[in-house]
Design a protein around this ligand. Sequence first.
Ligand code: ADE
Ligand code: ZN
Length: 343
Amino acid sequence: MTGSIAAFIDALPKAELHVHLEGTLEASLKMDLARRNDHPLKESSEEAIRAGYIYHDLLSFLSLYYEGVELLLTENDFYDLCYQYLRKSASQNVLYTEMFFDPQLHTRRGIPFATVITGITRAREAAERDFGIRSQLIMCFVREMSAESADETFTQALPYLDDIVGVGLDSYETGNPPAKFAQVFARARAAGLHLTMHCDLDQENTHEHIRQALDDLASERIDHGLNVLDRPELIARARERDIVFTICPSPNDVIRPGCGRRDLRGMLDAGLRITINSDDPGYMNSAYMTECLRSAQETADLTRAELLAISRNAFASAWISDAERSHYLEALDRFAALQAEEA
Ligand code: ADE
Ligand code: ZN
């Protein structure tokens, strides 16, 4: 990567639309939490923790992710997790972020919903005050858990709906299609929440999952969703619905090594709208937005205009007011004009 494109990516005003808060848990915070909560850790150093991050598919990734989640116990733990992610993101010129969280992974361990969301909400407020970064929350349903459990979780969330902008669907996809959650998604939509769902790369029945997300559940975005490229009818449908795909280069590199170039170019050439995101940076070599954009730029040879369009897609499809959107898009336009003058 030439120096100047790296500097361009550093300074680019960014928005992130696909990051799991629990996946931002860094080895350093794991050590702190284990000490603080008197929780035994197998590893005795950050290096040893990171050395254990070996996975080759969604299932082996999720087992690491679920193990890490066990360290989060108190409201302050959730505060620290969220504050650290927001501080890091603000340092990378991320102006706005929509963060997934998985309440069921905590409530099933006996941690009250209120503990989780209060810690996160306090951190969001503190980070906006301290660093100017704006954020919102997307509550994910854990798809290998039952539809009844998702429904109960939505009921627990009712007193906090002002702090939640949308609902999503993540975790283990095999045998857990979007249709399993049709009722709770309908309930969320009726309550005024936005909808998105994961269709992870190369999962069983992925094309049917993408179709359900697009047609049956009328999802507003698709998280990952690269297999759309295999089916012209799905491409056509996604274009018709102007769907944004939140692409995460880091896990894709693991699941389908070396295909980043073909995948990213394929999405752009098919006229699909994409954003680039970090997913689970704590488990993926601490690749936050800047690192992810740099790697996407290198793999797919993205031009400055394409990087600007990707950032524009993120602000344009963020779940924010028109006034806020104009504010961010103007910042992006000013950045583009300045870059054009300097070129
Ligand atoms: N949970 C955390 N990261 C995830 C991902 N990329 N896909 C599905 N579930 C997840
Ligand atoms: Zn994800």
